[in-house]
Design a protein around this ligand. Structure first.
Ligand SMILES: C[S@@+](CC[C@H](N)C(=O)[O-])C[C@H]1O[C@@H](n2cnc3c(N)ncnc32)[C@H](O)[C@@H]1O
Length: 280
């Protein structure tokens, strides 16, 4: 959620503010819950290390390199957008758009190739990033149709026309994307959307939607696959009310036991990252 509509900034922030509640990962010994499909160099042997560096169940990594080390990712990623450092509004702090693109691109490049789901198409930038970085995957991207807009949630970035939805990837003729239209509140997820290697939850940012969108697709995510949530940053949750709202959804999923282990965030990106290690 990038554009400021009726939302209020809860607190002012300073550019390059050293974030009060974030946790610095100053070395490469980044523990994880347990070895997944990407066996990590540093496994979860010393949970005291995690407790020291985590904010509850959220772990903030210093850099994209730390993220790659954490999962032992080997594949390189590509950032093809040249406008990511243009500041359009008060949310574009600390290269946030670039950091988001970086995280999404790295995750798509390194998740197993197959099927990827993008919830919340908007212009289609996130779908395009994932498609370019995972060319052997099919990216399914779903957005509420403008005719159904009345029944969307509250924290909805934009209701675009059908021509606008996905226009960014269509203009670039990116082929491995399938456009779907649905209000995820009532969506009957097609059978073919199974064994997903990556899901990006970036539709409506109401707490209830973050919860229901995640639950809707949870069983479709393969073991070792990833769920990412946009508007997730422990650093800025006190500055932007809708980030807090979205993160409350993830916290509820943790309380319910659906999300186990750590949810990661790379400093100055607004994406939460979680790997599903059990085939549930
Ligand atoms: C923040 S934008 C997505 C941005 C996109 N992921 C990107 O990074 O380029 C959120 C999108 O979700 C759509 N949306 C909101 N509520 C929805 C719902 N209930 N079901 C499906 N799409 C929804 C909005 O219309 C909007 O286009």
């Amino acid at each position: 959620m990038h554009q400021v509509g009726t939302r209020n900034l809860a607190k002012p922030f300073k550019e390059d503010d050293p974030p009060g509640q974030s946790v610095s990962m100053t070395n490469k010994l980044i523990p994880r819950e347990s070895p997944g499909i990407h066996q990590n160099k540093a496994t979860f042997r010393d949970d005291s290390i995690c407790k020291k560096r985590a904010v509850g169940r959220f772990l903030v990594l210093d850099s994209i390199e730390d993220l790659k080390d954490y999962f032992n990712f080997q594949k390189s990623h590509r950032i093809f957008e040249s406008d990511l450092d243009i500041v359009n509004n008060p949310c574009d702090i600390n290269r946030r758009k670039y950091r988001d693109a970086e995280v999404l691109s790295v995750m798509a490049a390194n998740a197993p190739a197959g099927r990827i789901l993008d919830i919340g198409t908007h212009l289609g930038r996130s779908a395009a990033r994932m498609a370019v970085n995972s060319p052997r995957s099919t990216i399914y991207t779903v957005n509420i149709h403008p005719d159904d807009a009345r029944d969307a949630g509250l924290l909805v970035t934009d209701i675009l026309s059908e021509e606008q939805i996905g226009s960014f990837y269509r203009e670039r003729n990116i082929q491995n994307i399938r456009q779907l239209y649905a209000n995820t509140k009532y969506w009957q997820v097609p059978e073919e959307l199974s064994d997903l290697s990556l899901v990006y939850v970036d539709g409506c940012h109401d707490t209830d939607f973050v919860i229901s969108d995640t639950k809707l697709v949870f069983s479709r995510v393969r073991k070792g696959g990833f769920i990412l949530w946009h508007d997730f940053t422990p650093i800025y949750r006190d500055n932007f009310s809708w980030i807090d709202t979205a993160m409350r959804g993830v916290e509820q999923l943790i309380r319910e036991g659906l999300i186990t282990g750590f949810v990661l965030n790379v400093r100055n990106s607004w994406i939460g990252i979680w790997q599903k290690l059990q085939a549930l």
